[in-house]
Design a protein around this ligand. Structure first.
Ligand code: KG4
Ligand code: ZN
Length: 340
């Protein structure tokens, strides 16, 4: 079964073709970063227009790369949410109408489920039930994966997502957009121990996160200092240590509470090297195994949408003729992926 995946929920146009027999046949990613950079963040209207401009030419390239014709496809999966409404509409309209024209099923994919399932594009795979930490620009979620499609939310951010806090702090330090990876790089030059940032709500027994205070703490610290490259690096270091500590503390607690022995970490922030290292260390101490997708599948991409769509299509799921998007879409409202 060959499924085209379309990702357009934010500032990346990602397309991929996944074959249930042969794996990925094509994958293309076009990033709008340059377009939004001068505004310091994603401008939704510009994002939608750029997805419109790029989607069809990229589709042609993907088909060429896979040496396929549109008629060879068995289904078209698109990100239906969560994300920016206009950007989602582009992928959804294109995917749904293309599927109609080709008389094949269309599948609406949840972006965060795409991130979660990206780990199954790797050789080293977990087996449900497992714990998942999903960390991106819009979400910080701890979930219990009882079975594929059956998710229980154990904790989430009560304010900014962790990627958002990385981006906002990076912007403050003049690192441009999106700043998560740049902040992490700068942090390597930071002096350990010069600043100590708080670990918000880590003393509370729940599994929620709070990151907006860290960003404010970074701002207050920055304002109190002379503006030097070293000061910026020291702030980046302290911020990253604190944010990662919060993720590691709550994830460890979730593992103990659920007695699960496997952890999947996915979403853009899971590309962070220090987070990977700290989670590996901490989970090893707890006797649990950790699974990460490769870095390219941590951040937004079409492959994860094609794969998730293929799984759901194989389970007999597809959309009717209405184009639906869900800019807000709780992960625990998805139906189970039932294999026969
Ligand atoms: O999953 P993703 O590509 O898009 C969303 O679904 O939001 O995640 C993007 C987020 C951004 O906030 C970006 O700054 C962050 O992931 N990110 C990182 C790193 N690479 C990407 N944050 C920290 N360290 C990184 N290496
Ligand atoms: Zn994402």
């Amino acid at each position: 079964m060959k499924v085209l995946g379309l990702e357009s929920s934010c500032d990346e146009t990602g397309l991929a073709i996944y074959d249930s027999e042969q794996g990925l046949l094509a994958e293309i990613l076009y990033s709008q970063v340059e377009l939004h950079q001068r505004y310091g963040g994603v401008v939704p209207e510009l994002a939608s227009r750029d997805h419109i401009r790029k989607a069809l030419p990229l589709l042609e390239t993907a088909l060429e790369e896979a040496k396929l014709k549109a008629g060879d496809l068995d289904g078209i999966a698109y990100t239906a949410g969560p994300g920016l409404a206009g950007a989602l509409l582009v992928g959804a309209m294109l995917g749904r109408s293309l599927a109609y024209g080709l008389q094949i099923p269309a599948i609406a994919v949840h972006h965060m489920e795409g991130h979660l399932l990206a780990v199954f594009l790797e050789e080293h795979q977990p087996k449900p039930p497992f714990l998942a930490l999903l960390v991106s620009g819009g979400h910080s979620l701890l979930i219990e994966v009882k079975a594929l499609g059956v998710y229980r939310i154990l904790g989430q951010s009560i304010d900014d997502a962790v990627g958002e806090a990385f981006d906002k702090t990076a912007k403050l330090l003049g690192l441009g957009y999106p700043g998560g990876a740049a902040l992490s790089k700068l942090a390597e030059q930071g002096q350990a121990g010069r600043f100590h940032f708080p670990r918000p709500i880590c003393d509370q027994p729940n599994l929620n996160f709070s990151f907006s205070g860290l960003k404010t703490h970074a701002m207050m610290t920055y304002r109190s200092l002379e503006e030097t490259e070293q000061a910026k690096a020291d702030i980046a270091h302290a911020f990253q240590e604190a944010a990662i500590d919060c993720l590691v503390i709550k994830t460890g607690r979730a593992l103990r509470q659920t007695c699960l022995k496997q952890l999947v970490v996915a979403g853009g922030v899971s590309a962070n090297r220090l987070l990977r290292q700290r989670l590996n260390e901490s989970m090893r101490e707890q006797g649990a195994e950790v699974f990460f997708p490769r870095a390219a599948y941590c951040t937004d991409n079409g492959a994860m949408i094609a794969y998730a769509g293929c799984l759901r299509l194989q389970a007999g799921e597809y959309e009717d003729l209405i184009v639906r998007i869900r800019p807000r879409w709780p992960l625990d409202e998805l139906p189970a992926i039932l294999s026969d």
